[in-house]
Write a protein that binds this ligand. Structure first.
Ligand SMILES: [Mg+2]
Length: 306
């Protein structure tokens, strides 16, 4: 057994009430926990209501950067969930919040390889940006002697999941990172796969980030899970102790690692990408504190001991 696998094996959640009583905040991943694609997972509204009635703070954190917090708020609303924008933290927001946290100069620009959510959050934070979905239509014609010009004022390249990814963007981002002195390389996440449809897994944000790693020979600063940037941000914003947080997610290498990196309790739900056999595989080195089928088990498993 490797050193990383030395932590105790995850336990099935037996006493939900005890877990609920032991923390003041629940951080939920969204896809695979709250919904699957566009379908709400069974029992979620009742579970969230129950937790709120017990005075728990609820926070929703997603690595998906294609939407802004406002756009996510609409998704919750469409699914009939009463969640406010202030409770939602998407990696699109994390990118803007990170730049704000380091006082990224307002006269510098951000080149975006990613979708609308990142642009919206940068705009809200008052940063200048270029790129985004608009560059998805740009093509490169390699005539003899052709050279691409790039903006020397770009001081950060932010890369997230991008359905309109192309060679123009790779080259533009590469020029900024390689040739603009001090230019930052920021990734919203490095997720290997994502669930664009429920029929199969699709190449995730990690694939776009990987292209830039290859061309720049640099590693990005990751602001989404499992990096602790968002956890630190949340703990600061709400004034919560990390030991008073339970991170609930369906993915070991992002959600559970995120919770563990932050010093939180962790609960894996099997309603998303991770199966029980994946959790229990000898190859898996990430063990949550507890696992259960879905968050509505909080309802049926409570007071089991009474
Ligand atoms: Mg998920």
């Amino acid at each position: 057994m490797s050193a990383a696998a030395s932590s105790a094996a995850a336990q099935p959640l037996q006493d939900a009430e005890q877990l609920i009583d032991s923390v003041e905040t629940f951080i939920f991943d969204c896809d695979g926990v709250i919904w699957k694609g566009d379908k709400l997972i069974d029992g979620v509204p009742q579970t969230l209501d129950m937790l709120r009635s017990k005075g728990k703070r609820l926070v929703f954190v997603t690595n998906n950067s294609t939407k802004s917090r406002k756009q996510y708020g609409k998704k919750f609303e469409t699914l009939g969930l009463d969640v406010s924008e202030e409770e939602i933290f998407a990696s699109s927001f994390a990118a803007a919040a990170y730049l704000a946290s380091i006082n990224f100069p307002k006269d510098k620009k951000v080149y975006v390889i990613g979708e609308d959510g990142i642009l919206k959050e940068l705009e809200l934070a008052g940063f200048q940006y270029l790129g985004g979905p608009g560059d998805g239509e740009k093509k490169i014609e390699l005539k003899p002697g052709y050279r691409m010009e790039h903006d020397k004022d770009v001081g950060a390249v932010v890369v997230g999941f991008d359905r309109y990814f192309n060679y123009y963007k790779v080259q533009y981002g590469t020029l900024c990172v390689r040739e603009n002195p001090g230019c930052l390389f920021i990734a919203t996440n490095r997720d290997a796969v994502t669930h664009l449809t429920d029929a199969q897994e699709w190449a995730g944000g990690g694939s776009m980030v990987g292209a830039l790693c290859g061309s720049t020979q640099r590693e990005p600063l990751v602001v989404g899970k499992p990096s602790t940037f968002m956890m630190d941000y949340l703990a600061n914003k709400f004034g919560i102790l990390k030991s008073q947080i339970c991170m609930v997610g369906d993915r070991l290498d992002t959600d559970i690692l995120f919770g563990q990196n932050g010093g939180c309790k962790t609960l894996l739900v099997l309603s998303g990408v991770t199966s029980l056999s994946m959790l229990q595989s000898p190859k898996n080195t990430i063990q949550p504190d507890f696992y259960t089928n879905k968050i509505s088990d909080f309802l049926s498993l409570k007071t089991a001991a009474v």
